[in-house]
Design a protein around this ligand. Structure first.
Ligand SMILES: Cc1ncc(COP(=O)(O)O)c(C=O)c1O
Ligand SMILES: *[C@@H]1O[C@H](CO)[C@@H](O)[C@H](O)[C@H]1NC(C)=O
Ligand SMILES: *[C@@H]1O[C@H](CO)[C@@H](O)[C@H](O)[C@H]1NC(C)=O
Length: 448
């Protein structure tokens, strides 16, 4: 509570000081029961559970109180753990130091990002896909741009999401007012089209059975299932968007993990430039979760029903609601995309990918269905007939390993857990050892 430390100054005679004292006391009394004459944003009220990860953090804390000596291994939150290669940090350090010199000082950059970085992303990430530098907007990360895209879309649109998926699309949609209320018992919000993606349908929805929406959020490789959509699947997605005049908001934050020939960008699919925005990030490819750097591609071809270019509106959003990414982070991004930078990044990614394979094999050898892991840092494990939170609790209790309950990513995630490969090779090996030794037989008994 902020209270002026000086007496409130009033014009007039000596009695004023006393007046001001009385006023101050009155003000403080009023503050004691202080409430604004402002009602809560009704959309915020619709948001149901707090974010999944604080809840997991709480459970981890409780577990530590119960077992103070437990060596907890976190395969939970999707945060990177391995150091950023020196070639990247030294470029940022050099630039930072130069900011202390008259010649090296720089202030604001372009709101859309450093031109060289935009060009380099267009060239290295999109090669022959026909993406121009002016279509690439540099951001402070994918999550922030998901919300900026939502701001662009406004409250008057209908949305579809994969189920399960990264919670930010639904939550930002709720905050924007695109949805109805939470539907008790269904773990869904009114007005959202949940496109079930599970092993039954090769993690890809049958669009002919899904009602049209204005916007389709699509994340590939998907968090949490780890599934990278195949070329055929993405052709279907783009065709559906064309047929129905829907906008695809494609999240390729994990593209760097793709090992097979699945597309790394939606723009590998012919016709995508007329129907898709792509949001991406340096977070998971370069360990920039804390540095903060990403980008969004808004093609010039994309236009609203009245012909107005979407690009112009997004540019306006960026200039008004963002003011450009950190120049230091952008220099880091440029270093990432240099030949040596890319080599160094892929070495780190290989550690996580190897971890993911080890985890998938471990769960597989326990007789469980384990998905993902080969095109993503996540392994998605099915526990038939069981609830995600129960499995989470059992694994934590028996092995001191933190995972993420699948139901946190949508109703379609119930019965699964997500296991993240973001940890050191050593910790992942130890986790796998504990899982097979302490969990194996019991888990199998549950199934039989
Ligand atoms: C699918 C997906 N998109 C976006 C993000 C957020 O990325 P950023 O760190 O760039 O905001 C994440 C982070 O976990 C994610 O899983
Ligand atoms: C972008 O960054 C590069 C590399 O530091 C720098 O040389 C260039 O001046 C920057 N460009 C703009 C337009 O700021
Ligand atoms: C697209 O439109 C067709 C009819 O034109 C409809 O059958 C289908 O459900 C729609 N699907 C999506 C995902 O928009």
């Amino acid at each position: 509570m902020m209270i002026a430390s000086k007496p409130i100054h009033l014009r007039g005679g000596p009695s004023c000081s006393m007046m001001s004292q009385i006023k101050m006391v009155y003000f403080m009394l009023a503050c004691a029961v202080s409430q604004l004459k402002l009602s809560r944003n009704a959309n915020m009220e619709k948001l149901r559970n707090g974010y999944l990860f604080p809840e997991i953090g709480m459970r981890q804390q409780e577990h530590l109180e119960k077992y103070p000596d437990a060596k907890i291994i976190s395969l939970g939150i999707g945060d990177t753990t391995e150091p950023i290669p020196n070639i990247i940090t030294s470029a940022m350090a050099e630039y930072s130091h130069a900011l202390s010199t008259r010649e090296g000082y720089r202030g604001y950059g372009a709101e859309q990002g450093n031109k060289t970085l935009r060009k380099t992303i267009a060239a290295t990430m999109y090669g022959d896909m026909g993406i121009e530098d002016t279509e690439v907007f540099i951001s402070d990360g994918a999550q922030c741009d998901i919300s900026r895209v939502q701001l662009l879309l406004g409250s008057d649109v209908t949305i579809a999401v994969q189920d399960p998926t990264f919670p930010a699309y639904v939550d930002s949609g709720i905050i924007m007012g695109q949805t109805g209320d939470y539907v008790a018992g269904s773990s869904k919000y009114g007005g959202i089209e949940y496109m079930k993606c599970g092993p039954e349908n090769l993690f890809f929805p049958d669009f002919s059975r899904i009602p049209r929406t204005d916007v389709i959020f699509f994340c590939s490789p998907n968090n949490p299932t780890g599934h990278a959509a195949s070329r055929e699947q993405l052709v279907q997605l783009v065709e559906t968007a064309h047929r129905n005049g829907s906008l695809i908001v494609y999240d390729s934050a994990y593209a760097a993990y793709i090992s097979d020939d699945s597309p790394r960008s939606i723009y590998e699919i012919p016709g995508a430039k007329e129907v898709a925005i792509e949001i991406s990030s340096f977070s998971k490819s370069a360990g920039f979760t804390g540095v903060r750097l990403g980008w969004t591609v808004v093609p010039h071809e994309l236009s609203y029903s009245d012909g107005f270019p979407v690009h112009k509106d997004f540019d306006r959003i960026i200039c008004t609601c963002f003011n450009g990414a950190s120049s230091i982070a952008q220099i880091g991004g440029l270093a990432c995309l240099s030949v040596e930078g890319r080599k160094a990044m892929s070495k780190v990614i290989d550690v996580y990918k190897q971890n993911a394979r080890t985890l998938a094999e471990t769960f597989g050898s326990m007789g469980l269905e384990a998905y993902g892991g080969s095109n993503s840092p996540y392994v998605w494990v099915r526990f038939p007939g069981r609830r995600s939170w129960d499995v989470f609790t059992e694994i934590l209790e028996k092995t001191h390993v933190i995972t993420v309950p699948g139901c946190g990513f949508g109703p379609g995630g119930e019965g699964f857990i997500r296991v993240s490969s973001f940890n050191s090779e050593e910790c992942v090996r130890e986790a796998c050892h504990r899982l097979t030794r302490l969990l194996g037989r019991d888990v199998l008994l549950h199934i039989l």
